[in-house]
Unconditional design. Structure first.
Length: 135
């Protein structure tokens, strides 16, 4: 992963444990990270996205105040955040919900429970077009 610019990541989940696991996975993977922010719901996440330059959002679906689906819809409807890369990691994995999220422009989806290696590979693919499993 040489010559890649550092990225700023926003992790959105109402589970502190999940936030910690994903952040630890990102840091251990050795990605070039400028900063990692946390939000416990879509409303907090939307506020952060509008006050910081975020390169990647990793969000759950089922959260209080504003769900991940509502967050995705709001981000994709905003000209400023429309092209933002979004990965959804959730236990809510109905085919209909996944298709709706993909139609709204998410970059990737992982079902909980997840393996840290799967998070690492998905981030590499979404951010840098790399996937070791395809090599």
């Amino acid at each position: 992963m040489n010559k890649q610019l550092p990225i700023t990541v926003l992790l959105v989940d109402d589970s502190q444990i999940t936030l910690s696991i994903i952040e630890k996975t990102i840091r251990i993977a050795g990605f070039p990270i400028k900063a990692i922010f946390h939000a416990s719901n879509g409303h907090e996440a939307y506020d952060i996205v509008n006050t910081r330059k975020i390169d990647l959002v990793i969000s759950d679906i089922i959260m209080p105040v504003m769900t991940g689906v509502e967050l995705v819809n709001k981000l994709k409807a905003n000209g400023y955040t429309k092209k933002l890369r979004i990965i959804v990691i959730s236990s809510e994995g109905s085919k209909t919900k996944i298709e709706e999220l993909k139609a709204n422009g998410i970059s990737g989806f992982l079902r909980k429970p997840f393996k840290p290696e799967d998070v690492k590979e998905l981030i590499k693919r979404v951010m840098w077009g790399q996937d070791e499993r395809r090599v």
